[in-house]
Design a protein around this ligand. Sequence first.
Ligand code: NI
Length: 178
Amino acid sequence: MNTVIKPLRIGDPILRKVAQPVAASELGTHELQQLIRNMLETMRAYKGVGIAAPQIGVSKRVIIMEANNNPRYPDADPVPLTILINPELELLNDAREQGYEGCLSLGGLRGIVSWCPKVRYWGMTPEGERLERFAAGFHARIIQHEVDHLNGRLIVDRVADSRSYGFTEELRAAEIIP
Ligand code: NI
């Protein structure tokens, strides 16, 4: 059974915890498969491009990314469906790019954050195989956002200028974001 879960929103302490690594013994279990299905259903139902397990109330190190003609991010490069357990991340240079970012746990609130445009990331697939990738642009941005979730970090911690905050609807009306 797949279940769409209302994403936890900022204020819920689970979002602020450092999530626990998934043990090797959990791979292939019904519980882990169910968690992944629920995350995927929820991400797609809310039209997100990424989700982390704590956002549906499970403090474990599991993330999903998928971006494919997402109406919320019309100019974004596609990112293949990627399910990653115990992901690790390395920033590959000192450059930073900036732009408006949202989050399913912020309910439409966005702010300008910066991210490293080039990263390497790795982790395990649900089948227990190692996956490693180099990512740039939007793809690099999503993985940084999702790994932040696993470390209890949210966009509000990354915004340098609090005056950039706004709700998607108002920012669009003012033509600040597309
Ligand atoms: Ni988020």
